[in-house]
Design a protein around this ligand. Structure first.
Ligand code: ADE
Length: 245
């Protein structure tokens, strides 16, 4: 997989050379490049933003430098890339979207600042033969100062799904969100710590009971913390959790 980041803060991406993507780059699974948007400005002040048409607060990122940056960073046809644009007005980032992106050959992240990027940049990109899709994506219902931290989070969620990246593939299957539920609580040694005991069922060696207990815990946790993840019948007042036998 190839990853490109266009940003006015390239230093934000220094962590990419640490644990996560660093390992994947070393193993040849990933190639990564970070680009300073100001490289493609043409004025003395290297201006990337201006006031919004129609008025309003804040500044909008100008289209010219973005257009030139994408001209340079997108692949040559017939190769195609997916343009990922982190924005609080995007579609929610989910494990399903992470899996979708993990299946793509080339992701280009366009990291906006201020009030966002002039919409024409994204509309134009969507018409280009070198772009298979423009995905505007939000990490959640809160506002960050820019797309950089979101791009890093998206990258981590995607890269760990690449075949051959994670040592233990079953830990991928069992974690939160892979089965639509939050993960059950986990414990390790010692079995007693500061007066808190590991649930005895986990010491029983009975794999059937352990699996049933974990499922029950996952359901209960999901119902309590994220009822929106459960089907409607399970979120009304009439649902019950069937205890493990
Ligand atoms: N940029 C600013 N806020 C964001 C958010 N919540 N998700 C993704 N990108 C953002």
């Amino acid at each position: 997989m190839r990853l490109d980041y266009v940003t006015i803060f390239p230093d934000f991406f220094a962590p990419l050379s640490l644990s996560l993507a660093g390992k994947a780059v070393d193993s040849g699974l990933l190639s990564v490049a970070v680009h300073d948007l100001r490289t493609w400005t043409t004025d003395r002040h290297r201006t990337v933003d201006d006031t919004p048409y129609g008025g309003g607060a804040g500044m909008v990122m100008k289209p010219e430098a973005w257009g030139a940056a994408l001209d340079a960073v997108l692949p040559a046809p017939p190769a195609r890339a997916t343009l990922v644009v982190p924005t609080p007005s995007g579609r929610p980032f989910t494990q399903a979207l992470a899996r979708d992106l993990a299946g793509r050959e080339h992701l280009v992240f366009a990291c906006g600042r201020y009030e966002g990027i002039d919409q024409r940049v994204l509309d134009h990109a969507a018409t280009r033969a070198e772009v298979d899709e423009v995905v505007e994506v939000s990490l959640g219902d809160y506002v960050l100062n820019g797309g950089e931290v979101a791009a890093l989070a998206i990258t981590e969620a995607v890269v760990r799904l690449l075949p051959g990246f994670m040592g233990n593939a079953s830990s991928l299957v069992e974690e939160s969100h892979e089965d639509g539920l939050l993960e059950y609580p986990v414990y390790t040694k010692p079995s007693s710590w500061r007066g808190h005991e590991v649930p005895p069922v986990l010491l029983s060696g009975d794999h059937g009971r352990i699996a049933a207990w974990r499922r029950e815990q996952a359901l209960e946790r999901t119902a309590r913390r994220r009822p929106d993840l459960l089907p409607p019948t399970a979120t009304g007042t009439d649902w019950t959790i069937v205890p493990a036998t």
